[in-house]
Design a protein around this ligand. Structure first.
Ligand SMILES: Cc1cc2nc3c(=O)[nH]c(=O)nc-3n(C[C@H](O)[C@H](O)[C@H](O)COP(=O)(O)OP(=O)(O)OC[C@H]3O[C@@H](n4cnc5c(N)ncnc54)[C@H](O)[C@@H]3O)c2cc1C
Length: 409
């Protein structure tokens, strides 16, 4: 087993760390003021940082199979993992390198399934970072962790598809630069197989009948890019906006969510490292009852457990990335489920310990810990709740064990 990343990845990691220190960490106080406190989004300096990152060759790091004429580094998923971890330390940093969700997953879909016209109109501006995008699956009226329940309709009328329904938690929909939605809806309700009744269509945000209803807070935090509730009333798009084929929505979703899920986990590891660093730093300078916090057994154990959990989770994330590189999303199904469950759990556990180490200060926005905990908590639901992943893992385990058992003569 080779634990070394490719030379290209190592070089990019070094440049990325330098860029993060020089341009992102130094800008974070400005982000906190302008975006979080003044509510100005996107902040005026983001385009300048994006241009600098692109000029430094730190652009579209996530897509391994880019064509020659498309901008990006073509790193494998395995080689991208440490880069995503570096970017993940600041919640807003990935966009600087055109590597933020849900654009990354949407670019993957368009890259894999888009027609030449769809690529020209939407993939090219996304790869250039000129526009942003959203993915609209979840609905307020049905349990969307079983996506076969999705009931927003996509009805064909002549040369158009007509979309009607409600969606919510649509990340990016409040961003004024968000120009396109990939929407999953019910197009073929009469098909016998429940997994072949839904399709994906491209819905430009400025289509009449598309409405952003509200942007709810997540654990009291207002994300300015939005996790929005939306209404679609008699929304008409040309049939050319169908992605791939009618009834293939789930096949596309499977392909989309593999790398997308592991990207979240990779970024989370960076956030876990940051929480642990903050915990160690604080525990090394505060004293109670004559000892530094780090010398109290309980706190020492928190530090050790956090390191142990990060190392375990990172190896599993890298295994999942390696499997996707070698065998595709399908070949990594179990490992993708495993990391989707374990990484957000360790993120909340580590952040919780770090918050406790800070005492009351840990609950304030003076450190990023509350935001990091909140994100870890949300990730236990985003892209499917833990219970659905555990169900998949258990089913695969049972199947694999059955296959291993000697057959009765
Ligand atoms: C911050 C954030 C951003 C999001 N961004 C997007 C986005 O951009 N686009 C989008 O379409 N969606 C997005 N989502 C929505 C997310 O994907 C859904 O919330 C998720 O899939 C769960 O669907 P649901 O909320 O309808 O929960 P439900 O389906 O109602 O499930 C509720 C609960 O039931 C339990 N449950 C479900 N199935 C099982 C089972 N088999 N066994 C045991 N228990 C079970 C789980 O505990 C689950 O949490 C986002 C969510 C959040 C919080």
């Amino acid at each position: 087993m080779d634990f070394e990343f490719s030379e290209t990845s190592q070089a990019i990691q070094a440049r990325l760390k330098g860029f993060m220190a020089e341009h992102v960490a130094s800008r974070d106080p400005e982000w906190q003021q302008v975006v979080e406190r003044d509510g100005i989004f996107p902040p005026p300096f983001i385009d300048e940082l994006k241009a600098k990152a692109r000029a430094a060759g730190l652009w579209n790091l996530f897509l391994p199979h880019l064509n020659d004429d498309e901008p990006g580094t073509r790193l494998s998923n395995m080689d991208y993992a440490p880069c995503a971890e570096i970017m993940g330390r600041y919640m807003w940093a990935s966009e600087v390198f055109n590597c933020s969700a849900p654009d990354t997953g949407n670019m993957e879909v368009l890259h894999m399934f888009g027609t030449p016209e769809q690529k020209r109109d939407w993939l090219v501006p996304l790869l250039d970072g000129r526009i942003r995008s959203a993915f609209a699956m979840t609905e307020p009226d049905v349990a969307s962790s079983d996506a076969t329940n999705v009931r927003t309709t996509i009805r064909r009328e002549g040369d158009e598809y007509v979309v009607d329904g409600r969606k919510w938690f649509i990340t990016n929909a409040a961003d004024p630069r968000c120009k396109i939605l990939i929407l999953l809806g019910l197009s073929n309700p009469d098909r016998p197989e429940s997994h072949r009744r839904h399709s994906m269509v491209l819905v430009p945000m400025d289509t009449p009948g598309v409405e952003v209803v509200r942007n709810p807070t997540i654990m009291h935090h207002l994300a300015h890019e939005g996790h929005c509730e939306m209404r679609f009333t008699n929304v008409r798009v040309p049939v050319a906006n169908l992605v791939h084929q009618e009834g293939e929505g789930f096949a596309i979703a499977q392909a989309r969510l593999g790398p997308g899920r592991i990207h979240h986990c990779m970024r989370s590891l960076g956030q876990c490292e940051l929480a642990l660093e903050l915990m160690v730093e604080r525990a090394g300078r505060r004293k109670t009852f004559g000892s530094l916090l780090r010398d109290h057994g309980t706190v020492a154990e928190w530090i050790a457990l956090s390191r142990l959990e990060i190392e375990q989770a990172r190896l599993l994330v890298l295994k999942a990335a390696w499997l996707i590189d070698k065998y595709g999303t399908k070949g990594a199904r179990k490992e993708v489920g495993l990391i989707k469950v374990i990484v957000p759990r360790i993120q909340t556990a580590i952040c919780n310990r770090a918050i406790q180490t800070f005492g009351a200060a840990g609950l304030t926005p003076d450190t990023p810990l509350p935001a990091l905990w909140t994100w870890g908590r949300a990730l236990q639901i985003i892209d499917g709740p833990d219970e659905v992943h555990l169900r998949t893992i258990a089913r695969l385990e049972v199947k694999e064990q059955a296959a291993r058992r000697p057959k009765a003569q």
